[in-house]
Write a protein that binds this ligand. Structure first.
Ligand code: ACO
Length: 369
């Protein structure tokens, strides 16, 4: 038997092959750099690219958008079930339940063929923003709004959540954040999704596992905790000493560091450029200044650059979105990457079943005494 390698947290381990995305030589999805995609593509196009493994031509895009719009309406029985839920469920718990619940109403449940799984994934891309906005409005004591087939994904999302017509700047910034969150090779939640798929389980089960994994503050949950950092720091003057104390206490500063990007997360740089104009527009310049000072201090004291969650939290805050939906927004976007990985795993499956290094007792006799 070959010598077994052990790496805590699977750090540095190649755990499988993928053609969905690479981090080497800059982050790219299916060969297209994120810079190019953020500048020239929409979230719908990127979703298509990830799911279908090819950029859409105009008629494919038209059909994809029509497919999304066709799935905007939730089953009335599903709506009833959501209305019966307690109104104070933590939002990521709601998202996990929502993915699981919507599976019961999928017309192809039980068909796990690649073709049906792709159609289920497309439906989920359409349904998740509706499910999020539906519950969010209810918990505010408001009736959910009707999505519009003619609006872009980002525009619908913002209007359904806030009840206001979003500006072009907000739509573009949301679109870019969704593109940046869409895919990131073997991160923890994607790996969880692939593990579920590798047992020949269904797409909704795999995505439910992805949502549960994303919830943790070391992963997607960090974007909500970033706002705690910014509010705890409170002022530019306080920022350097707050960072020194936090690091001295060995606290993890949310929004900084990354398992793979030790020199900096390229996504954070792209999204930061969208924070500045939105901060100006909403009179939040002070928050940008505080964020800059924290960035400089964490970099000089610990050598840690910010990750994507650092600017995304501020961006969503400037858009007036409540903090507890920041990680659910990550879900809406990452469902495209999770699904692309599910389909890829399914197409060339081998059960994911690593070994463990035993550290317990040996050779004991029963009964104990
Ligand atoms: N704040 C303070 N110190 C940190 C941070 C941080 N955010 N991140 C890493 N460190 C420190 C560690 O304490 C360790 O210090 P030491 O060598 O003095 O003991 C050193 O940097 C190396 O850290 P590791 O734990 O080896 O880094 P790892 O690769 O395991 O961590 C992780 C990656 C989990 C993302 C980490 O940087 C972290 O906890 N960040 C905060 C949470 C966060 O922002 N998550 C979002 C990830 S990106 C995303 O999901 C889009």
């Amino acid at each position: 038997m070959a010598e077994m390698i052990y790496s805590p947290g699977l750090e540095g381990v190649i755990a499988g092959e993928t053609a969905v995305c690479t981090i080497s030589g800059g982050l790219s999805y299916r060969g297209y750099s994120i810079d190019d995609l953020c500048e020239n593509a929409t979230f719908e196009e990127v979703a298509y690219l990830l799911l279908e493994n090819t950029p859409p031509d105009s008629s494919q895009l038209k059909k994809f958008k029509a497919d999304l719009a066709e799935n905007y309406r939730l089953d009335p029985q599903l709506e009833e079930l959501i209305r019966k839920l307690p109104s104070d469920i933590p939002m990521m718990d709601y998202m996990r339940t929502a993915v699981s619940l919507v599976a019961h109403f999928d017309r192809e449940v039980g068909d796990d063929s690649p073709e049906a799984s792709l159609r289920k994934a497309t439906r989920l891309v359409a349904q998740l923003p509706i499910l999020l906005a539906f519950y969010h409005r209810l918990r505010q004591g408001k009736e959910p709004l009707e999505p519009r087939a003619e609006d872009s994904y980002a525009k619908n999302l913002l209007r359904l959540l806030t009840g206001k017509e979003p500006t072009a700047a907000h739509i573009k910034a949301m679109d870019v954040s969704l593109i940046l969150y869409a895919e990131h090779e073997f991160n923890a939640s994607t790996f969880a999704t692939r593990i579920v798929c590798s047992t020949l389980s269904d797409l909704h089960s795999a995505i439910t596992a992805g949502v549960g994994t994303l919830k943790g503050p070391l992963h997607g949950g960090a974007n909500e905790r970033v706002m705690e950092v910014l509010s705890e720091v409170g002022s530019s003057e306080n920022a350097p000493s707050w960072v020194s104390e936090a690091l001295a206490q060995k606290r993890r500063i949310m929004g900084f560091g990354h398992r793979v990007y030790k020199e900096g997360d390229p996504r954070a740089k792209i999204l930061k450029a969208y924070c500045v104009p939105l901060a100006n527009e909403t009179n939040n310049q002070e928050m940008e200044t505080i964020a800059d000072i924290i960035e400089q201090a964490v970099s000089s004291e610990k050598g840690l650059p910010p990750n994507l969650d650092w600017p995304s939290a501020r961006l969503y805050y400037y858009m007036g979105l409540p903090i507890d939906i920041y990680t659910p927004l990550f879900v809406l976007s990452r469902v495209t990457g999770w699904s692309a990985h599910y389909l890829e795993q399914q197409a060339n499956n081998r059960l994911i079943r690593p070994r463990s290094k035993y550290t317990g007792k040996e050779g004991l006799r029963w009964p104990a005494n």
